[in-house]
Ligand binder design. Structure first.
Ligand SMILES: NC(=O)c1ccc[n+]([C@@H]2O[C@H](COP(=O)([O-])OP(=O)(O)OC[C@H]3O[C@@H](n4cnc5c(N)ncnc54)[C@H](OP(=O)(O)O)[C@@H]3O)[C@@H](O)[C@H]2O)c1
Length: 230
């Protein structure tokens, strides 16, 4: 679970741990991860699951590759990868270590690399489930946003301007474009990996009162609409 030291990710990690899952809190800051893990353990003292920290910076593709490899070195199965980490409206000009627009890096490039590197292990897990007659439950979840529908540019995304050097766009448009991309990558991942038994699901349109949306006093909790593209 990426970005699970806080917000939506922490809540979902807590639910999964409460259901006795082994959950990796994949995020940048170990001390924040430890605080989240303590909170989660406190919420479910009887859980037989496990909580671990996986260092992950989605704004650096080399670091993403290292994280994926360290997970592969440690684990022999993976039932779900939840690409939840997000960043909204960073200061103008924010870029990843490799120089990509930050939201594009954190929502699109980093998660796709992570999911592709973990695909063989997800596929192995799906095959093991199938061998014992289980229905397909192995999945990758991609967290999009209402903004993908509300804020994407009319007429589509200029694929040759994703660095915004040709024409700058507002912070809302940049966020929206990156979240629209999440729908496309979820669908493309399904196309590539459904034959291996991996379900790719995009969680779409919702608003929640967490830190990322702290500036929206009107935020209300709405049930996520799920698009199953697997
Ligand atoms: N809240 C809403 O109303 C809402 C609405 C629509 C969609 N969403 C989506 O839901 C997801 C979670 O939102 P939230 O409200 O829970 O946000 P949040 O509380 O701000 O949490 C964001 C998480 O992403 C992590 N993150 C940011 N940059 C990262 C990076 N470079 N590498 C690794 N992790 C990074 C953060 O870790 P650090 O602590 O290290 O920064 C944090 O754990 C996001 O994808 C967001 O776009 C939220």
């Amino acid at each position: 679970m990426t970005g699970s030291n806080t917000g939506v990710g922490k809540e979902l990690a807590c639910i999964l741990y409460g259901a006795n899952a082994s959950v990796y809190i994949a995020c940048r800051d170990e001390s924040k991860a430890k605080t989240a893990m303590e909170w989660i353990r406190h919420a479910h003292p009887k859980s037989t699951g496990a909580l671990s920290f996986l260092p992950l910076d989605l704004a650096d593709l080399e670091a993403v590759a290292r994280s994926a490899q360290s997970f592969l070195d440690k684990e022999s199965r993976l039932d779900a990868l939840i690409n939840n980490a997000g960043v909204m409206h960073p200061p103008p000009g924010s870029v990843t270590k490799q120089g990509h627009e930050l939201q594009l890096g954190v929502h699109n490039l980093g998660p796709v690399l992570l999911a592709e590197m973990l695909a063989p292990l997800l596929a192995k897990t799906a095959a093991a489930e199938k061998a014992v007659g289980q229905r397909a439950t192995v999945r990758v979840v991609w967290v999009a946003s209402l903004y993908a529908e509300m804020g994407s540019p009319d007429g589509g995304v200029d694929i040759n301007n994703l660095g915004y050097t040709k024409k700058d766009e507002s912070k809302y448009t940049k966020y929206s474009i990156s979240k629209a991309g999440v729908f496309y990558q979820g669908a493309e991942y399904a196309r590539r990996h459904r034959a291996e038994g991996i379900v790719s699901v995009v969680s779409g349109c919702y608003l929640m009162r967490f830190s990322l949306s702290h500036d929206y006093s009107w935020c209300v909790y709405c049930a996520p609409r799920k698009l199953t593209s697997g």
